[in-house]
Design a protein around this ligand. Structure first.
Ligand code: ASN
Ligand code: ZN
Ligand code: CA
Length: 310
């Protein structure tokens, strides 16, 4: 008893106009951030961090004056379409699972997350972060945590946790392919040019880019957001090429690089995989996709050589 697949309109967090799929009542109003085809729904948590997801975001017309909700919704659709078109994956669980997002979670919360059930986005404090759904790479990063949980299920500590983080960054930088930076759209809104992380140059944001420099302490689940830089550098080199620690890598592009990691994630990696197993899984995947003697397999081997993972 509702109009389905209506096109909604609205501005995102950065003030850009966009279109997205909504549902409207048969009378034409109200409309909701409810994409009935992809099964994507976006809610307002109204600054709470409990009683989630909150209220389904609604508007009296097809125009939504709710930038954080508009971006969470639109970018979830984009990420869904990437996984569907590129890998034939039907939502995060590959079973058409309903994808729920809540925006305005908590009071000035400077984070975003997949909580095992849904996506959560804080508003940021306006200094360190603006509304976190405003960045496609952040949305794709969080949603990839859901894909990982439903596939390799990489455990969120130590090397497997760093690989979990890295896979989210790799897919974030593939789905939002305008650069190799993560989170630059919503990080420090008063300062341009910086970012949360760089896959091209992890040390720029205090991450290692070689296995010998890995963090071995207990903070951050054993440095999951630190040591991800090591694998991120390998992925960057596989895609873009370059010379690192005297090892030259011939790049194969983001498209093939991400296909290798997706195949490794869904077919070869296991919950406690370490960096050495990541290397093996990537070689195995590249061999399946491009052949044992391919330039793609060589790129993977050289990239892992260059970060000290053999
Ligand atoms: N934004 C963080 C992340 O995705 C949330 C977390 O701590 N897992 O890595
Ligand atoms: Zn993450
Ligand atoms: Ca980016």
């Amino acid at each position: 008893n509702a109009l389905q697949h209506v096109t909604g309109h609205g501005k995102g967090v950065l003030g850009d106009d966009k279109n997205f799929d909504v549902r409207c009542e048969t009378s034409g109003s109200p409309c909701y951030l409810d994409d009935v085809n992809r099964k994507i729904q976006t809610y307002d948590a109204e600054k709470q961090d409990q009683n989630l997801p909150g209220k389904l975001i609604k508007s009296s017309s097809t125009t939504f004056n709710e930038p954080a909700g508009v971006d969470a919704h639109t970018y979830a659709e984009k990420t869904f379409d990437f996984y569907k078109k590129k890998f034939g994956r039907n939502s995060f669980d590959d079973k058409g699972g309903k994808l729920i997002s809540s925006v305005h979670v908590g009071d000035k919360w400077n984070n975003a997350a997949w909580d095992g059930k849904q996506m959560l986005y804080g508003d940021g404090d306006g200094k360190v972060f603006t509304m976190l759904s405003g960045s496609l790479d952040v949305v794709a990063h969080e949603l990839t945590h859901a894909v990982t949980e439903n596939t390799a299920n990489l455990q969120y500590w130590g090397e497997s946790g760093a690989l979990n983080e890295s896979i989210s960054d790799i897919m974030g930088a593939t789905i939002d392919s305008k650069n190799w930076l993560l989170g630059e759209d919503i990080y420090t809104p008063d300062k341009s040019g910086d970012a949360l992380r760089s896959l091209a140059d992890p040390p720029k944001y205090k991450q290692p880019d070689h296995y010998k420099d890995r963090y071995i302490g207990f903070q951050d689940n054993g440095g999951v957001h630190t040591n991800s830089g090591i694998n991120n550098k390998a992925a960057y080199l596989i895609a873009a090429g370059g010379t690192h620690h005297q090892v030259k890598v011939q790049g194969i592009g983001r498209d093939k690089m991400s296909a290798i990691y997706y195949r490794a994630l869904t077919l070869y990696l296991t919950p406690n995989a370490d960096f050495a197993e990541m290397r093996k899984a990537a070689i195995e995947s590249a061999t399946d996709l491009y052949g044992a003697n391919s330039a793609e397999v060589t790129a993977v081997k050289k990239a892992y050589d260059s970060i000290g993972v053999n």
